[in-house]
Design a protein. Sequence first.
Length: 610
Amino acid sequence: MYGPMKYYRGITVLPILLKIIEFILRIDLRSGSLKLQSILQKGFTANTSPLNAAIILEEVYREYMDKKLPFYIVLLDAKSAFDVVVLKMLLRKVYISGTDPSSWLLIDEIHKNTESRIKWSTEISEKFSVLQGVKQGGLLSADLYKVYIEDLLSTFENTTSGCEIGETLINAVACADDVAIVSENPHELQYLVNIAAQYSEDHHYLLQPQKSVVIQVQPSNRKKSEDPVRIYINNNAMPISDKSPHLGILRSTTSQKTQDATVEQNITKSRRAAYSLMSAGMHGENGLDPSTAIQLFKTFVQPILTYGLEVILPTSKNLLKLETFQKKILKQILSVPISAPDPSVYIMSGILPIEAQIDQKSLNLFNNICNQNENHLEKKIARRQLIAKNQESNSWFIAIKRVLFKYDLQSPIVLLNDPPTKYSWKKSVRLAIDHYWKNALIQKSCTYKSLKYLGTSNISPGKCHTLLSIGNTSDPTREAVRISVKLKVITDTYILQSHRSRYNLNETPTCKLCDTDIEDRSHFCLHVKILQCIRERYLNQIDEIISDFLNFRMRDIPTDDQLQIILDCTVLLSRYTNDNTVLQRIEDLSRQLIYALHVARYRTLDIKKR
């Protein structure tokens, strides 16, 4: 009934007590191993992330674009790397790393006489001994594997083969078991691969020749590809690939193709994530209320969409693709048509454009590099590139210099020499980016006549507009439907006769309910006589709140101001009160008013909803 054991990969479920023990052991293990850890290892290390490894490889791409020279990448794939660790070798390396003897004994005891079972449906197999591998799912597994592979990276460090950025040699980067080898010379590349292959043999794990790939990188799309290079692992030829994933980024034969492939991959994955959430109600009309749906988007879709983009820094063409996708999803969540003005989507949702998100992430990544020790590879490269390169360079660090200038932040050299703390920098960056894009969105919204009544003075990036707040309603589903109608009216995408007449010569702009005036937003909300009884019921309640709290009557102000209060009361009333409860009550009533007018209009004209 059960297949061969090689088809299964064990996941360890630790008891709480053992988790606590492993957590304490990890502190001691890291105190010794981190002192000896190679500068090429970026995985599972404090204050670093896989993107630190990705940025090194990205800078090699950009450096060789400047040099106008090709180079080669080998992405190594170790079969079940964590599962085939030889425990005796591992324990020896842990001891040599300087781990406290008592901690070493505990690590030995944790892995001694280990047994496992396979569970399939409701059945459980006989137990069998586990003689190799670190416990996947355990807190120590990644740290132990780093110790196991450390000697390989140290060997790479001590060679003179590889790519160069100034005087800095780069021949490999690693994130736990993900190892990428780079060189501008095929013979040197083969030498480095041979080192990795010999190490895998000595340590009893397998480098798969068909899954480990070679990428021949050209400095530009115009450069013709050279003859395929033949690289071998244990006499088996490695396949040459046009693109292959490395730490979530699709690396390809040029920097531009890497951008294109990664952006397409992110959009595809994000679309998949968005579709999976539609069954939970993230589909706009008749679904979750917009503020909840936007929170789902920010939590589950946005991180996938922007992953790794702070490393590759997409060009305007790819930014447009990302922006188009984000706007389409947000407009669907807000239940407004695709023709709704773009600034309105960002103002109401509180989400910043893709460019702003990438700028923020890239500046935070740069701060991470600034806060590293001087012997770290990324910081060495950063210091060299910022001093040696001019503004025409393709270097990632020169691109960051332009981003810092864009937001009027400190110069990169100052930040390298005296880096701010992570949290103070994040706050400074967020404030600078929010200020820049808030002004940009306000200026852009002023060019749209249809957004005349949408309040922009109180917008706060990261927070939804008051129009999306459902307050303390007991029926959020009904409130979501009302919000969708009001958002169409305030963005001037609710179809009235004035809209129909613009696109259909057979239609007139005259209101079909009263045949007296042009049917626009003002007429629909305030002047249609047949809807007067519905309107009065809500306007009287709004007028009562205004007169009680703000000491003036709604009927005494101009028609345009009355319409402003109905569509977005915060524009006028925030001058008189900061009481959000009052503003929310008026917002709720105006929302009910517009929805009631909408229903009455549809019934009277016998308009069938599509």
